[in-house]
Design a protein around this ligand. Structure first.
Ligand SMILES: O=P(O)(O)OC[C@H]1O[C@H](O)[C@H](O)[C@@H](O)[C@@H]1O
Length: 559
């Protein structure tokens, strides 16, 4: 069997995993607070990254700090984790990815989304320079975005006031997440997103929009996705009812150029990309057009520059100081060594409200696999369940389980030191106080003695005091990390998104899986295609299972 690039043999790898298991056993009962007796711990188990150009770095304007000191990782553990990353071939595979090797082996594709954020870079695929085509598309996008923003290209009723992006999965979540994240920088038309095949999504989004001043972007890499094509037809009908040339207000973002032509979109309104840009990694290119129109090409360039800076760091920093690698190793330690089945992503940033959903696709579609690159069953659990909501809202909903439930949920906090609303300084102070309080509470907990004192103060006595006190105990020792940055600028968002992309990549390499395919989404699509005719009254096959038949009966009776 062919071994993956740079990967040690299975015996070497399983020995390291076993040593990690033993290490986990050794540190299981050690309180996190005891680790801080080492006064250098916070600095030693943190990494800073200044993603700016040399001149701007002097101001630390875009420095980010990843603090993983509130986990039970110690120096010995970290050394073992780094040994694991090296043995898994993380560096060799990383270099192969950036060099344009076809590391997406089940689809025979290269993985070059990083080229989109480094348009002046050099990348060859099978000896062919891919950059001129990429640069040409970027220039056309910039020109188009400027025309839309400046009123050079208008709708039938005048300058474009609203942009509707129709897409799903990677053709929706990236621009939707980034548009919300960068709301303070919007100075172009308003952006809206339709993704769900549920007609409610199109109906609610279109209500209140004027077709005569709306631009429609149909975003689909394959241009076959049923949800997107159904919504695109619906929106074209909505526009055709009022606009004499609806095609003039449609744009396509796709790698299937014949299909966009069949749909009736003129070639100069199509922004293409190649198969080496995976859907969930595509916000950096044409799929980001709605974002570029909202914030302008210059700010979009800053977003790209942030991603490119993280690429450079990932490629060159030693593993012990490499932010994506450390984020991945913390993830591996929690999920694959200690067996914590989920991780919560908790942005204390309302504008990152869509980040958990974005990361669900990025992480779970990439690393939710059961077989290794060579088709063997994996020996460890793969990608954990990723979930989350912005703080402080989550505190008033599900944090109860995180603090006192029986499952350990490693928490990943994100927060900006500075908001965008200086006039609302107290709000931001409270936000910061809360995020700091949560990671401290998770770590320190509250013992029975303190709980008894609280119950006594509340007037309880004897057995009732003891009973009440037990409900007020917090076990503590629950791990969390904090990613803190000065402000959520376009550049910072680029750094954050690329950071998570490389984290997912690194975890995937360690697990020996292909992070770049998604065969697991196919079966449901096929079955939906075969069930649709039954909903339209078609004859049922006798092998249809009883539950599905019952549900179809219910739908028929309610219809
Ligand atoms: O961009 P499209 O071809 O329409 O694909 C949209 C999405 O659907 C697929 O089923 C995949 O699960 C996603 O990875 C992809 O981003």
């Amino acid at each position: 069997m062919q071994r993956s690039i740079g990967r040690s043999n299975d015996v070497t790898l399983s020995t390291i995993w076993e040593r990690l298991d033993a290490q986990a056993g050794r540190v299981a009962t050690r309180p996190l607070t005891a680790l801080f007796e080492d006064r250098g711990r916070a600095a030693a188990f943190s990494v800073r990254f200044a993603g700016q150009s040399a001149a701007a770095a002097a101001t630390d304007a875009e420095e980010m700090l990843f603090d993983f000191s509130k986990t039970n990782i110690d120096e010995e553990t970290l050394e073992l984790l780094i040994e694991l990353a090296i043995a898994a071939g993380v560096q060799a595979r990383r270099d192969a990815m950036f060099a344009g090797r076809r590391i997406n082996e089940t689809e025979g594709r290269a993985v070059l989304h990083s080229a989109l954020r480094n348009p002046e870079g050099k990348v060859a695929l099978d000896g062919r320079d891919v950059m001129p085509g990429l640069r040409e598309t970027l220039l056309r996008m910039r020109g188009f975005a400027r025309e839309i923003r400046g009123g050079g290209i208008c709708g039938q009723g005048g300058p474009i006031a609203d942009v509707v992006n129709i897409g799903i999965g990677g053709s929706d979540l990236g621009p939707a997440m980034a548009c919300l994240a960068l709301a303070p920088y919007h100075d172009g038309p308003r952006c809206h997103f339709i993704s769900n095949v549920d007609g409610a999504d199109a109906a609610d989004t279109l209500r209140g929009l004027d077709p005569e001043t709306t631009l429609v972007i149909v975003a689909s890499k394959t241009f076959t996705t049923i949800e997107t094509m159904t919504n695109a037809e619906t929106v074209r009908g909505w526009m055709a009812a009022r606009v004499s040339e609806p095609g003039a207000q449609f744009v396509a973002l796709s790698s299937a150029l014949e299909k966009t032509a069949d749909f009736g979109i003129a070639p100069e309104r199509v922004f293409g990309f190649e198969d080496w840009v995976g859907g969930r990694y595509s916000v950096w290119g044409p799929i980001g057009l709605s974002l570029m129109i909202a914030i302008g090409p210059e700010r979009f360039d800053e977003f790209l520059a942030g991603g490119a800076a993280m690429d450079a760091h990932f490629r060159s920093a030693p593993l012990r100081a490499n932010l994506p690698v450390l984020l991945a190793l913390v993830g591996i330690w929690h999920a694959q060594v200690q067996g914590h089945a989920t991780r919560a992503v908790l942005p204390y940033d309302q504008r990152l409200a869509r980040l958990p959903a974005y990361l669900q696709q990025l992480e779970m579609e990439s690393n939710g696999k059961s077989v290794t690159m060579s088709g063997q069953a994996v020996s460890r659990p793969t990608g954990p369940v990723v979930w989350g909501e912005p703080g402080t809202n989550g505190q008033h909903a599900f944090y109860q389980l995180i603090h006192q439930g029986t499952q350990i949920v490693p928490c990943e906090f994100l927060v900006a030191a500075r908001g965008h609303e200086p006039e609302l300084a107290r709000h931001h102070r409270l936000l910061l106080a809360n995020v700091l309080a949560q990671s401290k509470a998770l770590m320190e907990g509250r013992g029975i003695k303190a709980a008894r004192a609280i119950a006594a103060k509340a007037g309880f006595q004897g057995d009732e005091l003891e009973r009440q006190a037990r409900h007020r105990v917090f076990p503590g020792n629950r791990p969390s990390t904090t990613l803190i940055y000065p402000q959520l600028t376009p550049r910072m968002l680029g750094q954050i998104v690329a950071l998570y992309e490389h984290r997912v990549f690194t975890e995937g390499v360690i697990l020996g899986i292909n992070s770049f395919d998604q065969w697991g989404v196919e079966l449901g699509k096929e079955l939906a295609n075969s069930l649709e005719p039954l909903l339209a009254g078609g004859a049922r096959h006798e092998t249809l299972d009883g539950s599905t038949a019952q549900l179809l009966d219910f739908i028929a009776a309610a219809g």
